[in-house]
Design a protein around this ligand. Structure first.
Ligand SMILES: [Zn+2]
Length: 61
């Protein structure tokens, strides 16, 4: 899989730049996907500091 995750905000990035924080600090070494539809009130989202809907990596190495 060629998809990368942003080290800063964990979102899965297609391309070379994070659409959320504009960071180019991406990694291919991540594990677990979580799809966030409604971040508010989700304990998982609070645990991984997600505030914007999207697809995120659970673990970043
Ligand atoms: Zn980012």
């Amino acid at each position: 899989m060629a998809q990368k995750a942003c080290r800063n905000c964990r979102i899965i990035v297609e391309g070379e730049k994070c659409p959320l924080c504009q960071s180019e600090d991406l990694t291919k070494t991540w594990e677990g996907l979580i799809m966030v539809v409604n971040p508010e009130g989700s304990e998982v989202c609070q645990a991984i500091s997600v505030t914007t809907p999207g697809v995120y990596a659970l673990k970043i190495k």
